[in-house]
Every structure is written in structure tokens, then in C-alpha cells.
Design a protein around this ligand. Structure first.
Ligand code: BES
Ligand code: MN
Ligand code: ZN
Length: 500
């Protein structure tokens, strides 16, 4: 789908379709009203007849509206005008794009950015529109057979989407927002594709190759450390998890160095378990396929770096991805094993399924060498986080309130929200071990908090935040698929930082 920014009049265009909104209570949006006038009240008549009640989620496609040169007008319901909020805007954009997916309208003008959305500026409306539209048309069919793919090649659907803004002054910010939206969409797509790929293809080696691809395309600095080098670094915890798999572990380091000289970098660390069986503490079989998504933290780091590179943000950003498989095997770690992490702290493995923290802790220690401004790790870390927050918010933990605040704000702005969870000292004792410096699990209570507590012990030397994306990185059930979250949050955070 191609996008462009335009400032036209809905009633004067010659498009295949014009999208305008209708509120509940027979209230037309500005452009709908202009079309209504040009067509001598055609829309009002339809609404009076009761064919469009303006409820959110509804739409009505009209053909050959009198007095209008565009072939079709799509009315989308907006709900009550005074209650129209961010989530409604996203929903109606989605409904509009979806309603046009299976018809022959390819050249479409969308007037939804004229709507008032809780005082959001035009850039926000454009970024969200581009994202929702790209989300709507996203398909993962790489793994479908050749015949099926060819048969499904879409001949219909929107090819060119004109994003119509309501004043000339809006054109410039909207054009900048369109660039942002496109860069963001490309990072989200990368994160989704990597997440959705099957675990027999998306291995640690594959992720390393994808990082090298980013080097090829954008000139990012990329380094991949192999097992021998990791042994030399003393990453006993990461290597412990990796030792049960025939797939060799990889430790990926990606750098975007476009900040001022001497500027401290933001370090993003992503959990890259390409498949989590649980190891010897084997997971139950139901839905285990979804553990291919256990590398979504890694995917979001690669996605965010792609966005940063595409936008050429004047920042120093480092991505670190420890990646391996968690498999049961004759050589796998056992419950009771004690591992020595790169930090020197020892860990009693009481459950081999709590492997994410075991690979992240060594990456957090490795991050020290960058003298970071802040370190943010992103991980599908705990099922407990899904119990606590469901699929709407990522769990946010931090040792610095100001950093937490910026990330929460970024999540709000991007509509990719997180919720601040406690990291109080009180929880730390749940990790006490009789045999090592700490255990890798803290019991059933507060599972996502004790996981964060574990990580915090390796993040003492810098400002750090942890995003538990177990509930937000992918959808289950009929709509099973990766969401690309939290690439939008991370992008908003980094863009904000670049402005400072
Ligand atoms: N990758 C899982 C977390 C997970 C589970 C995310 C289900 C999304 C859905 C992680 O490695 C894990 O297995 N965590 C355990 C920790 C427990 C053993 C303390 C969990 O959450 O059950
Ligand atoms: Mn696990
Ligand atoms: Zn896991």
C-alpha cells in the first residue's frame, strides 16, 4: 500500500473511494457534511432511513452518490462524538481498511485524520493510521505452498491511500509523520515476520543472519559472538541454557552510532529463545508451539534498530541479543545445577523453564562495557505477567523512576502501553538459595516481579528497565500471530530522546 499526504475537498475528488466518518445521533464529520451538501442531503437521507447509526465498528459502502465524482463513499461509524478516543480512532481506521480489502477500490482518499481525537495532533493521527493500515494488510504467507500463494495473490484492496488532512498547515507535520509511520511499520513487520517464522527456520543462526542483513542494508555495525568467545567471557549462565540444544548459541551485538561523539548509548537487550520447551522441566504439550514466540524480545530489538537506522536518528543505540534454544537433552542443565554467571554470581537452577533470566543476566553484565545511558531489556519472560496484565499492557519494571516514566509515556504516545510494576526489595528474599548466591525462581507468588528482581541483580551499574512482553508480543487462537510489540513503544522512546 502506497501512502501520500493530501489536502483536498472530499466532495471534489475523483477517487475510487472516499472514506468519511459519521457519529451517532445523525452527526456528520466535516467531510461527510460537505459530501452531504454536494449531494443535496443524500447522506442525511440514508442516515434518517436508519441504514447507518454511527456506532463504532460499523460501515456502509455507497455507490454513485449524486453530485460526487468519486465512485464510492465509505461511511464509517464513529460512536458518540464527545467520547471519541484513541482506541476508537484506531478501530475505525481498521474497519475502513478492512471494508475495502475485498473490493476493487484501489485509489482511496481517507478523511479520518480530520476527526478530533482527545486533542491528539495531526502527526499522531497519521502515524496511527499508517500503522493500523499496514497491520490490517499484513499477511504471513512465506510458508504456504507455492500454489496456494499464487492463488491468493490479492487483486483487490487499497493500492494508494491518500491521507487527507484538513488544513495546509498540517501538510508538513503530516509528511514527517508519514515517514515516521513507514519506518516504524518496516520495523514492526520485521519483528512480526521473525516471530511468526517456524522455530525450525528461525534458529539462533538465522537471527544472527538477519542482524548481518541489517548491516548490509543500513551499514549498522554488527558482531556475532560464538560459543568459544562466550566461554572466554565467562557467560556460564547463558551457555548453560544453550547446552541442551544442537543449535549453536549466538550473541549478537548491533550498533547504530549516529549520536554526538561521546554520547552515552541506549542499550536494548532482547531475549532470543528461538524455542522454549522448558528444558528438563518440560512444559505441558498444549499450545507449546507458541513457544516459538519466545524470541519476540530479540525480534523487537532487531525491529527497533531497523527503525532507528531507517530514520537515521541522531543517537547511539546498541542492540544485544543472546539467542539459543531451550531443549531437553542428555547434555541439558538439570534442576539443581549451579551455574556461574559472567558477573561472578552463582545461580541454582531450580527450574530449567525459567531460562529467559539465565540468558539475559549475562547480556546485562555484558552491557556494562558500553557505559550506557540506560539499558532496556525486552523479554517474553513470565506466564505470570499474562495473568497479571492480560494481553493489553506489557509489564514495566525499573530501578529508576524517571526512566520508567519516560517509557510509560512513550507507550501512551505510541498506543503500545506498559504498566509500572513494583520492584521492591521485599520481594528479593524469594530468590534465596541454600546452595548458590540465588535461585532462578521465586515461587508461585508474584512470578513476574521475582523474575524482574532476579534481573535487577545484574543491572546495578546503570539505569535499567525491563519490559515483560509475554502477554503482548503475540496473539493466540484464531488470530494467532506476532504483534510486533513493543517496537512502537521503543521507537517513541528513542525519538523522544533524540529530540532532547
Ligand atoms: N517463555 C516463558 C514465559 C511465557 C510462558 C511467556 C507462557 C508466555 C506464555 C518463560 O521462559 C517461562 O517458561 N517462564 C516460567 C517461569 C517459571 C518456571 C518460574 C513461567 O512463566 O511459567
Ligand atoms: Mn521457559
Ligand atoms: Zn522462555
Amino acid at each position: 500500500m502506497e501512502f501520500s499526504i493530501k489536502n483536498g475537498k472530499a466532495e471534489k475528488l475523483h477517487n475510487d473511494c472516499v472514506i468519511v466518518g459519521v457519529y451517532e445521533g445523525e452527526k456528520l464529520s466535516d467531510s461527510a457534511s460537505a459530501i452531504d451538501q454536494a449531494s443535496s442531503g443524500y447522506l442525511s437521507e440514508i442516515i434518517k432511513r436508519g441504514d447507518m447509526d454511527g456506532k463504532v465498528g460499523t460501515s456502509l459502502l455507497l455507490h454513485k452518490v449524486p453530485g460526487i465524482k468519486s465512485e464510492r463513499v465509505l461511511l464509517v461509524g464513529l460512536g458518540k462524538e464527545r467520547e471519541f478516543k484513541e482506541s476508537d480512532y484506531r478501530q475505525v481506521v481498521g474497519v475502513a481498511v478492512k471494508s475495502l480489502a475485498k473490493i476493487g477500490a484501489s485509489d482511496v482518499a481517507c478523511f479520518l485524520p480530520e476527526l478530533q481525537v482527545k486533542k491528539k495532533p495531526v502527526d499522531w493521527k497519521v502515524i496511527q493510521l499508517v500503522q493500523v493500515a499496514n497491520d490490517m494488510v499484513y499477511r504471513f504467507d512465506q510458508m504456504k505452498g507455492k500454489k496456494v500463494k499464487e492463488g491468493k495473490a490479492p487483486k483487490q484492496g487499497i493500492k494508494s491511500l491518500e491521507i487527507q488532512v484538513s488544513s495546509k498547515d498540517d501538510i508538513k507535520p503530516a509528511e514527517a509523520a508519514l515517514k515516521y509511520g513507514m519506518a516504524l511499520s518496516s520495523g514492526v513487520k520485521l519483528a512480526k515476520d521473525l516471530g511468526n517464522l517456524p522455530p525450525n527456520i528461525c534458529t539462533p543462526t538465522y537471527l544472527a543472519e538477519q542482524a548481518l542483513e541489517l548491516k548490509q542494508t543500513y551499514g549498522l555495525q554488527v558482531e556475532v559472538l560464538e560459543r568459544e568467545e562466550l566461554q572466554k567471557l565467562g557467560m556460564g549462565s547463558f551457555l548453560g541454557v544453550a547446552q541442551g540444544s544442537v543449535q549453536p548459541p549466538k550473541f549478537i551485538i548491533i550498533q547504530h552510532n549516529k549520536g554526538k561523539k561521546g554520547q552515552k548509548p541506549v542499550v536494548l537487550v532482547g531475549k532470543g529463545i528461538t524455542f522454549d520447551t522448558g528444558g528438563i522441566s518440560l512444559k505441558p504439550g498444549a499450545e507449546m508451539d507458541e513457544m516459538k514466540y519466545d524470541m519476540c524480545g530479540a525480534a523487537s530489538v532487531l525491529g527497533a534498530l531497523k527503525v532507528v537506522a531507517e530514520m537515521d536518528l541522531p543517537l547511539n543505540v546498541v542492540g544485544i541479543v543472546p539467542t539459543c534454544e531451550n531443549m531437553p537433552d542428555g547434555n541439558a542443565i538439570r534442576p539443581g545445577d549451579v551455574l556461574t554467571s559472567m558477573s561472578g554470581q552463582t545461580i541454582e537452577v531450580l527450574n530449567t523453564d525459567a531460562e529467559g533470566r539465565l540468558i539475559l543476566c549475562d547480556a546485562l553484565t555484558y552491557a556494562e562495557r558500553f557505559n550506557p545511558l540506560a539499558v532496556i531489556d525486552i523479554a517474553t519472560l513470565t506466564g505470570a505477567c499474562v495473568i497479571a496484565l492480560g494481553n493489553h499492557a506489557s509489564g514495566l519494571f525499573s530501578n529508576k523512576d524517571a526512566l520508567a516514566k519516560s517509557l510509560l509515556q512513550a507507550g501512551e504516545d505510541a498506543f503500545d502501553r506498559a504498566w509500572h510494576m513494583p520492584l521492591w526489595e521485599d520481594y528479593q528474599s524469594q530468590l534465596d538459595s541454600n546452595f548458590a548466591d540465588m535461585a532462578n525462581i521465586g515461587g508461585r507468588a508474584a512470578g513476574s516481579i521475582t523474575a524482574a528482581c532476579f534481573l535487577s541483580r545484574f543491572a546495578k551499574k546503570y539505569e535499567w528497565a525491563h519490559l515483560d512482553i509475554a502477554g503482548t508480543a503475540w496473539k493466540s487462537g484464531k488470530e494467532k500471530g506476532s504483534t510486533g510489540r513493543p517496537v512502537p513503544l521503543l521507537t517513541a522512546f528513542l525519538v523522544q530522546l533524540a529530540k532532547k
